[in-house]
Design a binder for this molecule. Sequence first.
Ligand code: LLP
Length: 462
Amino acid sequence: MGEGVLSPGAGSSGAAPPGGGGAGAAPPAGPADLGPGFPWVQGGLTCRGLSLEGLARRFGTPLYVYDAQGIADRVHRFQEAFQGVDLLLAYSVKANGNLAVLNRIGLAGAGADIVSAGELERALRAGIPASRMVFAGVGKTVREMERALEVGIHAFHVESEEELNVLEGVARRRGERAPVGIRVNPDVESPTPHHYTATGHATSKFGIPVTRALELYRTAPERPHLWFRGIDVHIGSQIVAVEPYLAALDTVLEMTDRIRADGVSLEYLDLGGGFGVGYRGEGGLPLDRLAGAVTERLRERGLRLILEPGRSIVGEAGVLLTRVLYRKESGGKRFVITDAGMTELLRPSHYGGWHRVVPVLHDPAAPEAVVDVVGPVCESGDFLALDRPLAHPGAGDLLAVGTAGAYGFSMASNYNARCRPAEVLVESGRALLIRRREEVEDLLRGEVIPPAPSPESGDHTP
Ligand code: LLP
């Protein structure tokens, strides 16, 4: 995979048309593709030699399937593209925090971008050294700060002045120096597909404005318990253009020069994550172009680079398998009702996210129909795809939802008291269960029914 874009595009086995499958789009000429790692073999979708239908039979549905090789390849692609600079690749755990996935990403040489004590413990448990972790987020608690200091993370990415003061207090009490990078709000508009995933504009809750951040760096000499180690920026998610990154980079590089001129010796620049992938099989962010522009400017300043990719490491390396339960027609619409919905994959419902939906067994005789693929959850917003031309699947048929490795399971919920699905890692020709399917007992654990109030207590409700 040396193509230099994050999504190598549709493979040779039946490409989806540009923008294929969206509302009003032409139906695919052949069986639609799910990208590298999930090729068609003899009329059936596979992952590294294993049939997806076979995996669904063995592990049940809904089921997440991840391609270990695809994940490792994508880590290596970043390492290759940025080999001209000292790189810490801090994989963004929120995209997919399964322990096995984290473990393999760590083995490939990456660290972690974390946003909570939970993610910290996950990454540690998966074997990622704390020294390769950066901790972002606008609402870190004192306990989270203490734990991160205790294990020795690489740096806290501080998002407000009040947070900086609290962190300083925690470090002082512990007699330590907290490593810090200020997350700068560069005030750039990042072209993300949904405004929920843009973070670099002035009115977002993230980061500290440039002028204020510069003032805070200037306080460094009076703050022996803070170690101003770097500078951080993250402008949003699913960005396929290089320009917004370069705009943000210019801002933080200029700041770095000024901060260093003030005598604060910053070691690293963190450009965040957000590198877009091709949900429709198109190319994602042109990584080599970004790398070219970034590498030169960091090298000449002797700055270490931190990147925090999440989606671009795991997104295209995962699919969600779901079985059709029923079909129905109503109000001129055709519905295909599947056993997965917004509880398994929230992106379509929450962000209007578009994912390929493909029957796992290709039936050339199947009639095409434009359908809504909807889940069993009691919400009208519960869908996987709307107005989608599809070889009309029937009850029992298996569908694969593409590019579901990122923000799929990690955003799954128990709404409607639904059990979260199992996860399988395909590695070296074997399918490994890396999370068993939840059971109702898992859902009820921790809940307590208090004794009913006695009539004498007077506080019973009718
Ligand atoms: N670093 C920071 C500080 C972040 O907030 C994020 C993502 C990342 C890195 C990784 O971004 P990535 O490379 O994965 O785009 N749930 C949404 C995406 C939310 C992203 C939140 N922050 C979605 O499904 O599109």
